[in-house]
Design a protein. Sequence first.
Length: 213
Amino acid sequence: MKKLSVYFFLLLLISGFCQAQVGIGTINPQADLHIAGDVIIQDEFEINTLPSVTSTDENFKLLTRQTNSSPVNGEITRLDVDQLTVAPINIFKYYFYNLNYDNITDLNLGFETSRYIVGIADFRYIGAPVNKVIYNDRDDSIGAFIVRTFESGGTWHLEIRNKFLNTTDSINQVQYEVTFIVYDTSFYRQLPKITTNLGGSNTGITSSIPNLY
């Protein structure tokens, strides 16, 4: 088997001297190395630099490496975003009006938590103000305003509200504009939650550092 591998390597080497282009699976190579068929990378696939993509380039596709391919890890596949209903990163702008006071307590956005991560990129509050109130007979308070997405029942939900104060009228007083960034979880590594006790201080260091390598 080793002799066969050596002969094959020598054959490729000799072919490289005889002609400028080498073809595997094709008798008409269109590049220095032209492989017609599947490509599997077992260890690492490295190149020095990637050529820049200009506005005139066409048919540019993203190559991805599968870690669970069979029979070995490292299969290189092409991600054709033209065939996807949702791209790796998506931006949606929402507009909400005719609220009950200023409260969106639980709005189901419909994105599955198993497939997507939904974050808030931009938020705009339009309409009536939330009046300050006296707290403990000395401090003005504007309540506790919350803008967040959260997971519930397998989908992403939205909460926008002041937990303790309301506007002066329950109808048509507030509108919200929100921009969501929706990420495909196929392109992200889910790291564990890090919990840190600051011991009553406003400075410190987190209890652990994520392993990003």
